[in-house]
Design a protein around this ligand. Structure first.
Ligand code: PLP
Length: 417
């Protein structure tokens, strides 16, 4: 295949080689929990990654919607350096300055009053589930059941896998944590029918990311909010993937007429470092001492990074840039779709998907990687794009031109399917 594109490494990228024998020798000690290609990334800079052979990749996945500002941005380098010289971890049973600042910023820019910090999206969701159950014990005669949605994704701890609506999870690790009832997404009457005296909460993503970027429709969300009101249920919004401007507003719930009781954040909050958050309204904040905690929660090093990320995201024009570049990207994907008779372009902000008709999305991801472009295929025929929110037109043009080359080369194969 002809690759007209030359993805240049920024001048400052210095790569220390790692030979394939060393990689092969060392990789056998890594637990094989996912099929990994023989790539070991040695450096990242902005929208680019560099592997052990010095090959450059344009990264439109960014650690699965994590690196809000791209790879190793200077503001994160500075935050890590400054905080590491000051205080690493006094322990979770003390306040620290970055923790206090982060909680205040998140609450000031949302409908929530309090935050609990954790280390992963799953851990934040686990906290949300516990909190809802505790609230049910205190305020709803022990109600514990949480309605979640088919194809929704909430994490890989046992409880969050149990809450997840991914069909492939269903037979795994039985018996699951009970108390989750799954209904079809965007189906209000199925949701209503699932409510009974044991129901305490409804938990959902506003855009189902892992399912292939499937947005909740406004009427459904309005109906969900009414059901919560009517039946005294908590509304838990999982914004682990959609939060921190990913969908073109600081939080996705702000695009709906919605005031959730509980929200979880992860991924983009740390811009590449592990931190997540459980945010709650005062009336719902019912943990007693000892109910929730964790050695690393609210540690100043990670909180300082999250503060640096938020400082950038909340700066004037940052979010409007996400909206503008999103439209440009969507337009480019639509043109690609028309040219090759693909399918829908979905999503908002920089959480976008392209249905690729009869082409195999994993095959396209593999070919793109060979050519130095990183993409994701959440479904057999869907490509997902989760670039850094600092994306520029140059990167959109490069990525889409490369995709154009790939579809051109695959067209004859597709014609025989
Ligand atoms: N919730 C949503 C919506 C997610 O997309 C993910 C991860 O993809 C999670 C929760 C789990 O987050 P983590 O992998 O940080 O545990």
């Amino acid at each position: 295949m002809k690759n007209d594109l030359h993805i240049c490494a920024p001048a400052s990228a210095q790569i220390n080689p790692l030979d394939s024998a060393t990689l092969n020798d060392k990789k056998k000690h890594i637990m094989p929990i996912t099929p990994r290609p023989d790539i070991c990334f040695l450096k990242g800079e902005g929208h680019y990654l560099f592997d052990q052979n010095g090959k450059t990749y344009l990264d439109l996945v960014q650690g699965w919607a994590v690196n809000t500002l791209g790879h190793s941005p200077s503001v994160i380098q500075q935050a890590l350096q400054a905080q590491s010289q000051q205080l690493l971890n006094p322990g979770p049973a003390f306040y620290n300055q970055p923790m206090l600042d982060l909680a205040q910023t998140l609450c000031q820019h949302s409908v929530f009053d309090q935050a609990f910090f954790a280390n992963s999206g799953a851990e934040a969701n686990e906290g949300a589930i516990k909190l809802a159950r505790k609230w049910g014990q205190q305020h709803k005669q022990g109600a514990f059941k949480i309605i979640t949605f088919n194809d929704g994704f909430h994490g890989r701890t046992l409880a969050t896998m149990s809450a997840t609506g991914k069909a492939a999870f269903a037979p795994l690790f039985e018996p699951k944590v009970s108390g989750f009832e799954k209904v079809p997404f965007n189906d209000l009457s199925a949701t209503e029918q699932a409510i009974d005296n044991h129901t305490v909460a409804i938990m959902l993503e506003l855009v189902q990311g892992e399912a292939g970027v499937i947005p909740a429709n406004s009427a459904f969300i309005e109906g969900i909010a009414q059901l919560c009101e009517q039946h005294n249920l908590l509304l838990i919004i999982d914004e682990v993937q959609t939060g921190i401007a990913r969908t073109g507003s600081l939080f996705a719930y702000q695009q709906y007429n919605l005031s959730p009781d509980i929200m979880t954040l992860g991924k983009g909050l740390g811009g590449g470092v592990p931190i997540s958050a459980l945010l709650v309204k005062q009336a719902v904040s019912c943990f007693d001492y000892g109910d929730q905690g964790g050695t690393f929660n609210g540690n100043p090093l990670m909180c300082a990074v999250a503060n640096a990320v938020l400082n950038e995201v909340l700066a004037p024009h940052f979010i409007s840039h996400v909206q503008e570049i999103s439209l440009y990207f969507q337009q480019a994907l639509s043109t690609l779709s028309e040219t090759f008779d693909l399918g829908k372009v979905r999503g908002s902000g920089l959480l976008l998907a392209l249905d690729c008709g009869s082409y195999s999305a994993p095959e396209i991801v593999g070919k793109a990687r060979e050519l130095g472009l990183l993409l994701n295929a959440p479904r057999e025929n869907t490509l997902r794009f989760m670039p850094a929110l600092t994306l520029k037109k140059t990167e959109v043009d490069k990525g889409v031109a490369l995709l154009h080359n790939i579809f051109t080369s695959l067209a004859p194969i597709a014609a025989h399917r």
